[in-house]
Design a protein around this ligand. Sequence first.
Ligand SMILES: Cc1cc2nc3c(=O)[nH]c(=O)nc-3n(C[C@H](O)[C@H](O)[C@H](O)COP(=O)(O)OP(=O)(O)OC[C@H]3O[C@@H](n4cnc5c(N)ncnc54)[C@H](O)[C@@H]3O)c2cc1C
Length: 378
Amino acid sequence: MRILVVGAGIGGLTLAGFLKESSIEYDLIEKSSTIKSQGYSLCIWNNGRRILEKLGIAEAFDKAGCPVNYYCVRDGNGNLLRKYNLSNFYSEYGMAHTNISRTVLHTMLIDLVGEEKILFGINIKQIIQRSNKVKVTFSSGEEREYDLVVGSDGIHSEVRSKVFGQGIEKFDDWRVWYAWVDNSFKDRNTITEYIEPNEFVGMFDLKDKTLAILSAPVKHSIWDDVEHRKNRLKVAFKGQVRIGGFIDMLEDRDFIPSDFSHIKMKNIVKGNVVLVGDAAHGFEPHAGLGASMAMEDGYVLAGELMKVGDIYSLKVALRAYQDKRKKRVRIARNLTNRMRGWAFVKSRILRKIINAWMPFFPVSFLLNKYHRLLREEI
Ligand SMILES: Cc1cc2nc3c(=O)[nH]c(=O)nc-3n(C[C@H](O)[C@H](O)[C@H](O)COP(=O)(O)OP(=O)(O)OC[C@H]3O[C@@H](n4cnc5c(N)ncnc54)[C@H](O)[C@@H]3O)c2cc1C
């Protein structure tokens, strides 16, 4: 079997990492011309770590990451609304929830696969399916034929739009700006969220570094010019007392914008083309599950592909992959929506009501679904 994997991100590299141990031949293409990782940090729950364990890189991951012991929700003045202690997760699962630089995790996966296995600076121009083969034309004009094409090319996937259709990605009209800020703005081993109407700020501890994530409603179609970005952020986040402190310490270009969007598809297989990770089911990062889900996809798809033979067809394998992923992706999506529900609120009245209720939300409202994801078989 000959496979084309489009996109050397978290999901594509995980798939390639497992295929290394098989006789399946693959080409792995990446549109960036060099190793370029988005510079934010990723919260990885133990389901993602379990995949890294299977790949033999969990120890290196533990060393590089920062355990998250607490999750705090505060208002813009810093008043504590709710503090979740995650120690039960640690006693039950060992390593439970780790914050790691995306660049570091990405590099670990590249090292595992081998940089020389990645064909950088290549994009796809056309994908045509005929009689169980997929003919791909690359940006260079070269054509190749494959038994399977895997779209692991992220939330704005070109494989998805070329094969499954346009307009599947839905923008939420909330923009995020992330920036590395001074360590004095964080609480140790904690994710802290500061929430006000139309304003969300998250602080993530990464041992010697701190990532700030700022989010506010902005129409996706409105371009975010780098010039005067700081001043615009100060106005947009005027309800946040702490943020003024770090905004002034940074430059306009230190804040990197990205627009939230999501992908919801019934079928992630079409003929001999299959989607993995954000390309298949991208959701906003509120529950910190996108990267772990992409790694799970890579693991499950590799397992199915390795079973293909005389009595187990590729068609059956792809159907099994799609069916196996449905339930877990649904749980992760529900969790994401639940957490977005209290984080991204525009109305002042609704914000007041949620804030007043927040100390009384049963712990199970949030944590039981995580337990389900972590306990159940992947
Ligand atoms: C600010 C922010 C914070 C986040 N925080 C978290 C978090 O805390 N925890 C978490 O789990 N998730 C988080 N996420 C989401 C997480 O980054 C994604 O869910 C995860 O990276 C998905 O992996 P993927 O492999 O599907 O896609 P990606 O990792 O995005 O990889 C896609 C790859 O495909 C390449 N590519 C794109 N198009 C093409 C093409 N046409 N041809 C070839 N290559 C192509 C890209 O260059 C990229 O290398 C966050 C996202 C953002 C924006």
